[in-house]
Design a protein around this ligand. Structure first.
Ligand code: FMN
Length: 132
């Protein structure tokens, strides 16, 4: 099993219909493929963690990379894991700015034991804690 973390930039400020479309395709495909994860948006930026069997993960990331709704994907990490950080979510989601993105991300990642993964979320939240 592997876990992959990347950031990307949306072509346009994503509206709720776009987010819904991304999440419904993600949840359908990820449930089928045994993938779980979390998607966080902040302004035009996406941060996503995907975890699951290597082959299915690679196939999903190939589709995601080819998606023209976003660009400038930067893979922050890809590593073997023994346990999932987001086992309950075919794709969890949180949008920034409702209250404080930092506190939302803190709550969402409460159960994440891995300090490196936590630090990646925290720095993303800090970078995007102002409305774009
Ligand atoms: C930011 C972002 C995250 C995405 N995450 C996933 C995902 O976790 N799983 C997935 O299957 N597709 C994801 N997609 C959608 C894929 O790029 C692609 O549109 C989809 O997998 C196609 O599925 P379909 O052929 O079943 O319509 C994501 C797209 C974007 C822009």
């Amino acid at each position: 099993m592997e876990q992959l973390v990347y950031v990307s930039t949306s072509r346009v400020m994503p509206d709720s219909a776009t987010i819904e479309a991304i999440l419904s395709a993600s949840r359908r495909n990820n449930a089928r493929d045994g993938l779980t994860g979390l998607l966080v948006t902040g302004g035009r930026r996406f941060l996503q963690v995907l975890e699951g069997p290597s082959e299915q993960l690679a196939a999903a990331y190939t589709r995601i990379r080819a998606d023209e709704r976003h660009f400038a994907l930067v893979q922050l990490s890809r590593r073997p894991i023994v346990a999932r950080s987001f086992a309950d979510w075919s794709m969890g989601f949180e949008q920034g700015y409702a209250t404080s993105l930092a506190s939302v991300v803190e709550q969402l990642t409460e159960r994440v034991a891995d300090p490196d993964l936590k630090a990646q979320f925290r720095s993303f939240a800090e970078m995007h804690s102002q409305p774009a």
